[in-house]
Design a protein around this ligand. Structure first.
Ligand code: ADP
Ligand code: MG
Length: 243
């Protein structure tokens, strides 16, 4: 349902993504691992057109475009179908939890305020923050802020949620509640592409783990297989360092 082929992104002369081919099935949970500086964030950002790729083809549902020729309308369509969860939450500091979740529905989906707020209240229930509807981000814990960040992505009802190291900025005490919310989404078969260093999450939740290095997919497979019998020496070397 989501497919990229031949995805290339260069910064200066360097190919940070060097021909990525990836197909994601509906309901699939994919975890992307790899050393830092390897292009994981850039891959997610290209899928959402936060970065403009230099080559490749992107298919999401009935959208099927050469990424270098994507029109403004194509880009908006791709953005509506791919929700992003950022490492640093990226919440609006001057908006409440409820308003942060409702904002995209109002601005991007053009929902009337009442309807968007009603939907945001449902989401707050689901993420266990119904009592924080009127709280501003600064008064929430890191874990609560990231749950709002995930709630905002849930509200968008995108085809896929892209998570870029969603627990990396959190104090250790808040990591579990965020991972638990992600596990809840996984059980509901929300399609997810997750960049994370949380290997136990990858092991427990992923249908497929992708190891990237140097802007390429080096190896991929079900977590059991990839973690217990990696085939490529680069994968082995990386796992040896992190496990
Ligand atoms: P990862 O998420 O795997 O750590 P990134 O995708 O963030 O890696 O970055 C891959 C490479 O691209 C790094 O060398 C990084 O310095 C470079 N890079 C990322 N964004 C930019 C940018 N906006 N301008 C220039 N170089 C960038
Ligand atoms: Mg990154």
């Amino acid at each position: 349902m989501i497919k990229v082929t031949g995805l290339v992104k260069r910064f200066g002369g360097t190919a940070v993504l060097d021909g990525i081919d990836l197909a994601i099935e509906q309901g699939e949970i994919i975890v992307v691992i790899g050393p830092s500086g390897t292009g994981k964030s850039t891959l997610l950002r290209c899928l959402n057109f936060l970065e403009r790729p230099d080559a490749g083809r992107l298919t999401i549902g009935d959208l099927d475009v050469d990424v270098t020729r994507a029109s403004r309308a194509d880009i908006l369509t791709a953005r509506r179908r791919t929700a992003f969860v950022f490492q640093n939450y990226a919440l609006f500091a001057n908006k409440t939890a409820l308003e942060n979740i409702a904002e995209g529905l109002i601005v991007v989906n053009r929902w009337p305020k009442e309807k968007a707020h009603a939907r945001a209240r449902e989401i707050l229930e689901r993420i266990g923050l119904a009592d924080k509807a009127d709280a501003y981000p600064a008064s929430l814990s890191g874990g609560q802020q990231q749950r709002v960040g995930i709630g905002r992505a849930m509200a968008a009802q995108a085809e896929v949620i892209l998570f870029d190291e969603p627990t990396s900025s959190l104090d250790p005490e808040w990591v579990e509640e965020v991972l638990n919310l992600m596990k809840q989404l996984a059980r509901e078969r929300q399609t997810m592409l997750v960049v994370t260093h949380e290997m136990s999450f990858a092991r427990d939740v992923a249908d497929r783990v992708i190891f990237m290095e140097g802007g390429r997919i080096v190896e991929q497979g079900p977590p059991d297989q990839l973690f217990s019998s990696p085939q490529d020496p680069r994968t082995r070397d990386f796992l040896h360092k992190v496990l």
